[in-house]
Ligand binder design. Structure first.
Ligand code: ADP
Length: 255
């Protein structure tokens, strides 16, 4: 698979009255189409900054991002963003929440609304379209947030700790569920997580960042024998512990 995105020697610093905070240094890696990449690293190392650069919200000070679409076109992939909280608005119904992205972008076309109807049905939310977000479970809220994101037909999904607001047990099932739906939709995904088990069970490759300024410390492809069953089953794969130990070692031995 060719890389649809290629980061080359990316560097970034924040500047304010107190001086400079160097967040990223010489970061290079690629993301291929349909791949799931997890980014892990110590708190405050620069993970969100890196995601903002990939999203095009920040411009790198050093380095370049190359785009290489499979059809040869040069447009930047359409990006979908999922954040730590589901950001559903309580004053809107579930339906008016999932259509909000389209409304803002003035893309409420019959075709797009049809996609939303199909996803609501597929994701078991059809019956809840006139409910308020507070009437949904944590997992259903994340599904609604995913529909709102997918309705904009992104090619690349960026997830910044999307499950961290959920309790541990809900998080296990919801993260597996959401990632299965993203795989079925054929999307490419870059996810930030501080949960090493989550990274191993969900991603095809884990990128470990060093402490700030973040550099790539390790790129670890993940191949688990039980991955086809589900990300939950993957946690019981014989290789799992080995991957976990490697990542743990990287994160606890700063050099
Ligand atoms: P992470 O996502 O890994 O926790 P961030 O990318 O949010 O890390 O932040 C990396 C570093 O940059 C941190 O030290 C943080 O304090 C600093 N930083 C983040 N945003 C800003 C900002 N707007 N201005 C100044 N410093 C910032």
């Amino acid at each position: 698979m060719p890389n649809i995105l290629e980061l080359k020697n990316i560097g970034y610093s924040y500047h304010n009255l107190h001086g400079e905070t160097k967040a990223l240094e010489d970061i290079s890696f690629g993301v291929s189409e349909g791949e799931f990449v997890a980014i892990v690293g110590p708190s405050g190392c620069g993970k969100s900054t890196l995601l903002s650069i990939i999203a095009g919200l920040l411009t790198p000070e050093q380095g370049t991002i190359l785009v290489n679409n499979p059809d040869g076109s040069l447009h930047y992939p359409r990006i979908g963003y999922m954040l730590q909280r589901d950001h559903l608005f309580e004053w809107r119904t579930v339906y008016r929440n999932v259509t909000l992205g389209l409304e803002i972008q003035k893309k409420l076309t019959p075709e797009r609304l049809q996609i939303i109807d199909r996803l609501l049905e597929e994701y078991g939310l059809d019956k809840f379209r006139d409910k308020r977000p507070s009437e949904l479970s944590g997992g259903m809220k994340q599904r609604a947030a995913l529909i709102r994101t997918l309705a904009l037909e992104p090619q690349l999904l960026l997830l910044d700790e999307p499950f961290s607001a959920l309790d541990y047990q809900t998080r296990l099932t919801v993260s597996a569920d959401i990632c299965r739906l993203i795989r079925e939709a054929g999307k490419t995904m870059v996810i930030i997580t501080h949960d090493l088990s989550e990274a191993i069970s969900l991603a095809d490759r884990v990128i470990v960042l060093s402490g700030r300024p973040a550099r790539v410390k390790r790129e670890m492809p993940v191949k688990l024998t039980l991955k086809d069953d589900s990300p939950l089953a993957a946690r019981n794969a014989p290789e799992f512990q080995d991957y976990f130990n490697k990542l743990w070692e990287d994160l606890t031995h700063e050099n």
